[in-house]
Design a protein around this ligand. Sequence first.
Ligand code: ATP
Length: 293
Amino acid sequence: MKIQSPAKINLFLHITGKRDDGYHNLSSLMCCVSLYDTVVIDITGTGIAVTCNSSEVPENEGNLAWRAADLFFKSFKQMTGNKGTGVKITIDKNIPVAAGLGGGSSNAAAIFLGLNRYFGNPFAENELMDMGLKIGADVPFFIFQQPALASGIGEQLKPYYGIKKQPVMLICPMINVSTAEVYKNLDLGLTKCEKKLKRILLSKQVFDPDRHLCNDLETVTELRFPEIASIKDALIDNGAKGALMSGSGPSVFGLFTQESIINKAHRVLMQNKKWRVFSAELLINTGYRILDT
Ligand code: ATP
């Protein structure tokens, strides 16, 4: 089974508070984009093995896909008594790692969805999402597979219908951002996206880049890495209708309205050899494509 595992962006990210367990509560508008890793699943006798073509990604139980398979098999065994199943997972990485694009969580969701399909859908979507949450806060969103307004730590999801399919450019600079550091340096008294959240909720669910794009973590990462602001400027100068950092960064995305404009911008911006530039589109209906089943 071969699964296309998409990246996500946060079109909106407001951090509402810190919880006792160390997680943060948030309100976020999340959408998948057509930049994919390929995850191949081979069902074998026993054990879980992961291989990945990126040196930045662990191939042991530190891999979120490994952990997803382990949890799936444990839950499946509990449900059916079926034991002794294993899987060989091969990940072909295209999504930049630790970049705010959710690649690891997406791979974990691909494993849940793929194994569930292989074994005849023993678990309902909400059960898979509960399992996903144990692996990471973004995993339930990927299992949900549609644009969503997320709250809680990201696990409470409501479908959002106000986004249309449109071209999006992702630019990932070669800087290392630690998500933990970003949250540590976030001053909750200085966050600025709350007003825009009200606008989104009152806007009859039509997303407007001019009025709605906002990320509370951007100020923190941008202060430490001014290159984030340069990327946003470059996207706007080359025709993007809006630009924003995704998650805790360092990836920045730009929303475009026309193929011809994004194509031209791509040719210009890919000249900067310190940036990885991807042209994609917002995914409205499907996140995952399961091939060769
Ligand atoms: P976060 O904000 O949660 O750190 P991210 O979207 O910025 O997530 P990911 O690409 O998911 O970044 O990687 C985060 C970390 O998870 C990396 O340090 C990476 O080594 C580890 N990791 C574990 N499994 C995977 C996987 N399958 N793909 C990518 N990274 C993985």
